[in-house]
Design a protein around this ligand. Sequence first.
Ligand SMILES: Nc1ncnc2c1ncn2[C@@H]1O[C@H](COP(=O)(O)OP(=O)(O)OP(=O)(O)O)[C@@H](O)[C@H]1O
Ligand SMILES: [Mg+2]
Length: 291
Amino acid sequence: MLAYSTYSEAGGVGKTTTAANLAVAHARAGLNPLVVPLDPQDGNLSRLLDVDERRTEPVDNLVRHMIRRPKGDFDDLVRTVEGVDIIPEHNMLSDLTEYLQREKDQAEAMGEAFGMHAQLLRVLRDAGVPEKYDVLICDPPASEGPHLYNAIHATRSLVIPVEPSAKGQAAVQGLESLVSGLQDQLDVDVGVLAAILVGFKNTRDQRTILNEIEYSVPEIIGERTSLMEGCWMQQCSAFKYVREYRERRRDYEVDTLAQFDQIARYLEQEAGLEAPNPPEPGDLEHEVMTA
Ligand SMILES: Nc1ncnc2c1ncn2[C@@H]1O[C@H](COP(=O)(O)OP(=O)(O)OP(=O)(O)O)[C@@H](O)[C@H]1O
Ligand SMILES: [Mg+2]
């Protein structure tokens, strides 16, 4: 299984947009992706892909499973949109730290161990996710804490969207120490599969930043404010947005879709995974065959 978290220390650089569109790119190539977003704030992936309507209701959700108090089967948490399985974010994620801490205290009082950062991995393994899915994508919030740690523990690999600005540059420079810090903290190996430049305008400063990135940069995504705003408005991927909501095709937007396809192929290849039915990159008429 290919597994990765979209991560960057900087907020608002395109982690969620990248996670959602890569998931759709894997799905349209005939793979079976599961997306596990973990951001307690509004404007998260569940909002983008329109599966967030029950987030305030007292329904079963991932947090309950992580603290060993599920109200139902894991499979019943799953929603499917655009060929992608998603575990919707729930408001209980806001208090994840407290829930996990309480469970840990209780376990320890009984003489049991409870790894606060290993619970997502446990839930996914118990549910047979590594056997059932080809790809796992986590979209944690940028801030350090159990949301991020659980995501990284479960995926072990990162895809890093980078904003080509001075702020983004600082984030890239801090990345290596961040990755080694995460490794020490979690006691697992963490790899960086790719860095993706998002919002590139090809200025001289931006080219300097690009040259300083030590990770593999499979694609550089241009500034696509109108396309991405449209996706948030219509609550869908960029693929669906261009296919269903654009009255005419803009070549540069189709090129961006092709880039998501190509990044997905790159990541699959890194994991030794071959998509059964890869589209011509950016092909919106591609026939998706579901297994
Ligand atoms: N290529 C792009 N060009 C222009 N704007 C973009 C691009 N990709 C994403 N955006 C916009 O940037 C904003 C932030 O995107 P997104 O929510 O994906 O970032 P994030 O890193 O997940 O943010 P957060 O840290 O809040 O979780 C959104 O308004 C989105 O529409
Ligand atoms: Mg986000």
